[in-house]
Design a protein around this ligand. Structure first.
Ligand SMILES: [Zn+2]
Length: 57
């Protein structure tokens, strides 16, 4: 099996993992768009959202 790469989206202010996106299906642009739609409440509060690449074997 090939490893799959996921992009993890964290909120640094809430200290939680908000979402995981498989990079095979979601481009950076898609992810940025989805994060803006689904987590706008964090953004509106001025929270800093960060993304990290995680590989799952
Ligand atoms: Zn937050």
């Amino acid at each position: 099996m090939f490893g799959m790469k996921f992009k993890h989206v964290y909120c640094q202010d809430c200290n939680i993992l908000l979402a995981k996106y498989n990079t095979r299906y979601f481009s950076d642009v898609n992810i940025a768009e989805l994060v803006r739609i689904h987590y706008h409440s964090h953004i509106k509060e001025g929270h800093s959202l960060i993304t990290r690449i995680a590989e799952v074997l």
